[in-house]
Design a protein around this ligand. Structure first.
Ligand SMILES: Cc1cc2nc3c(=O)[nH]c(=O)nc-3n(C[C@H](O)[C@H](O)[C@H](O)COP(=O)(O)OP(=O)(O)OC[C@H]3O[C@@H](n4cnc5c(N)ncnc54)[C@H](O)[C@@H]3O)c2cc1C
Length: 328
């Protein structure tokens, strides 16, 4: 029998949340004979505005649960409609992005279906019986646990940035429109006004990211990362320890409780490479580490390990940075 994975597609201002594309990409790699489908819940205008984007999804079928009642996200309504859909369609695996909405919607949906949920996963695979092996940090991030749920569908939410969007093949999904049963649903929220947040450039996908940690010793040294970044059009990032000392804002923290990044080049200056940091850079193509301790975990995990003083190397890079190409 065909094994199926279903991905929940979240729309934000008529655009597909990037993590949903990442999940679709990974789901297609889970098994050679897997059928990946997707489901979206939205009002007619949003569906019309996002049609082009949706048509590029690499899934077999896209189930569109469409009604004007869905013009704003309402957790109780969405989880009720979604759980009814899943009950009927019975996918083997159900995946959702661990976005703000996803973190709220997933547990309610799991509860409505009376199934387990492995939340905030950083990796997934399947075993020979097509059980989902869902990996996530545990014990305060000190270990990674791989969890196999005993209930079906195997349900997991996935951290944004955990996977790359690999398969560019367009599958031209079959659009299957579904008229939901919305009668009797009481809307608990009335949305009075929506303000669109200014879309900031997604720095986590930059080609070059330069990150600093405690080995830079001072805030002044850390701030030189900004100078280098502006010279070579790179983006700055920080370890949590650097953020906690107030050297950098939390928005640029990389790691388990920060961001996952996928640059072509990640330069780690004075970062030890604790597991919680490394979780955020598994998708970096090349890692260059500068550390005075050759035993630091990041040194063995990097493509180029430079045993040296991080602040001195940073200063030297600023002085020698002719162009970004020189670094790549
Ligand atoms: C639940 C939980 C979640 C966490 N989440 C995150 C997270 O998202 N991101 C994250 O980064 N951390 C996270 N941490 C913290 C993580 O465990 C580490 O404590 C943190 O990453 C260490 O930051 P660091 O490498 O900058 O500092 P340190 O561990 O202090 O390392 C500094 C490094 O600099 C080197 N060094 C010293 N002097 C020099 C010099 N002159 N030149 C070059 N190198 C030098 C040292 O050899 C050392 O390797 C988390 C921890 C927990 C418990």
């Amino acid at each position: 029998m065909t094994k199926t994975a279903l991905v929940y597609i979240e729309l934000n201002n008529s655009k597909i949340e990037k993590v949903c594309k990442e999940i679709v990409s990974k789901a297609n790699e889970l098994a050679s004979d897997i059928e990946v489908n997707a489901v979206v819940i939205a009002d007619k205008t949003t569906i019309r505005n996002s049609q082009q984007d949706l048509a590029l999804l690499n899934v077999k079928k896209l189930f569109i649960i469409e009604d004007n009642i869905f013009d704003s996200y309402q957790c109780c309504l969405f989880s009720s409609v979604l759980s009814a859909f899943i009950n009927k369609n019975k996918p083997d695996i159900f995946l959702m992005g661990a976005t703000e909405n996803g973190r709220e919607l997933a547990p309610r949906t799991a509860s409505a279906l009376n199934i387990g949920l492995t939340a905030d996963c950083t990796d997934i695979s399947v075993d020979e019986s097509f059980n989902l092996l869902a990996t996530r940090p545990t014990y305060g991030g000190k270990m990674m646990a791989t969890i196999i749920s005993e209930t079906r569908p195997n349900f997991a939410t996935i951290r944004p940035g955990a996977f790359k969007i690999e398969n560019t093949l367009v599958n031209n999904p079959e659009f299957v429109y579904i008229q939901p049963e919305t009668a009797g649903h009481e809307l608990l929220l009335e949305v009075l006004k929506c303000e669109t947040k200014q879309q900031e450039e997604d720095w986590t996908c930059s080609d070059v990211i330069i990150a600093g940690g405690l080995g830079l010793k001072t805030k002044e040294n850390f701030e030189k990362i900004y100078t280098l970044c502006s010279l070579i059009n790179a983006k700055p990032a920080a370890s949590r320890a650097a953020v906690e000392l107030g050297w950098a804002p939390s928005e640029i923290q990389v790691g388990q409780t920060g961001n996952s990044v996928s640059p072509k080049l990640y330069i780690a200056l004075g970062i030890s490479g604790a597991m919680q940091h490394m979780t955020g850079i598994t998708n970096a193509d090349k890692i260059v580490a500068v550390n005075t301790d050759r035993q630091a975990p990041i040194m063995s995990a990097s493509d180029i390990a430079i045993e040296s003083d991080a602040a001195a190397v940073l200063q030297s890079m600023i002085e020698h940075s002719g162009s970004k190409q020189a670094l790549l």
